[in-house]
Design a binder for this molecule. Sequence first.
Ligand code: FAD
Length: 464
Amino acid sequence: MHVKSAAGVAFDTEFPIVIIGGGACGLTMALTLRDAGVAVLVLERDPAPAGSTALSSGFIPACATPWQQARGVDDTIDLMAGDIQAQAKDLADPDIVDLCCRHSGPTLEWLTEKHGIPFVLIEGFLYTGQRRLRMHAVPERTGAALMARLLSAVEAVEADILCGAEVCDLYADGDGRVRGVGFRRPDGSEERVGCQALLLACSGFGGNRDMVRRHIPEMAEADYFGHAGNRGDAVLWGKQLGAEIRHMGAYQGHASVAVPHGILITWAVMREGGIQVNAEGRRFADESRGYSEHSVDVLRQPGGAVWDIYDARIHDLAMDFEDYRQAEAAGAVKTAADEAALGRSLGLPEAALGETLALARNWAEGDGQDPFGRRFDDKPVLTPPYYAVKVGASLFHTQGGLAIDTSARVLRRSGAALPNLFAGGGAACGVSGPEVWGYSSGNGLLTAVMLGRVAGESAAALVS
Ligand SMILES: Cc1cc2nc3c(=O)[nH]c(=O)nc-3n(C[C@H](O)[C@H](O)[C@H](O)COP(=O)(O)OP(=O)(O)OC[C@H]3O[C@@H](n4cnc5c(N)ncnc54)[C@H](O)[C@@H]3O)c2cc1C
């Protein structure tokens, strides 16, 4: 991944705007640009656009939306921004947090009204740190369906997408102005396309083991659950252009991925009163925290695997989630009539497991307090029959990346913007602060969709 001099370089073709990466961010950029009447070429390395977006749950946080209003949810930009910053300990860039929250409602409405992508509000439980119900998804409630709907919309507006096009080189002038890119086709041939502005939507570096080892050592041995083709290219090019890179230690981990099935078990299971125990039958941390920060504690447990334990009420709620239904169909979900049977079936020490469940019951009834600080009196006590899934922790996606301004222009280390380079989604520094504990549920697609929209608008203004 190189930045080369544009001097004397001839391009095979020219587009006003080139976008690298065809996930939620790149496709939102493309839709925005086509609305502005600008021709655009999306270059995607895979045979078909999918990215981490298609692997995701597809939940997008947004405030003051008509879907919230219809359900009587009173949410504001300030509330949403406050929640994101509370999780990030006020270490996320306040201007970018505000930008994303401000754009969240209008952008989902625009996707619906202009591009026919419907949304529903996810109800039934609140994610950690969210004071209002604000997760939205397409009716199928999967990232794959979100991608399919975005792709149909992009096809309808006749944006050009070239798949099997792995961008390797950027061609730039001495002042950092990008003149075009070079990409490799599956047969090994290389082509060059010139542009007036370049939009980076090629996500983070979760698929680059060396970068993960260097910037997120605690996740070096964890499974990476995101898109393997996200190899940190935006950061590698940005560095060569003198761009400011921020918060490379930030990421979304997840503390509940079924072992060995590799299927996400919704964190609603914990939010609704489930607990996690390790191989000794003991709890080890406060499960009411976010699944991202909790993932580091799961990795530290013997064997790196633990058990989600919950009951029929929570199981019924989880059955609303496609991933969970898949996990059940794959045999990941175990049931047991009582505590003793649960211990036997999971191979956990029965006495310790019984004690763990009894303590949780006592704390729920006001007798004593959890040493990890979790409240147990705000959800119904777990009652038999019990349900359990063996889970491990994974790295989902990285949140560090290129620093941008409120026009999504990539910033130099001096603080000035590069002339015609924009970034969004996993390519840009996110809104989670510098470390894992700062990730709020939904920060991934929030920055993919909203910064994609902002970058598209800014780039359209630059070339029109
Ligand atoms: C299991 C899972 C569940 C998740 N659930 C949620 C959720 O519910 N809500 C949420 O907010 N976030 C969620 N996330 C995170 C979310 O998926 C990502 O933050 C988001 O999809 C990033 O979007 P993007 O467009 O930036 O990147 P992507 O969707 O990953 O797209 C990037 C694209 O760039 C392409 N690319 C990369 N390099 C090049 C190159 N050199 N040349 C050409 N193409 C290139 C890739 O092939 C890829 O298609 C989840 C993640 C995972 C793994």
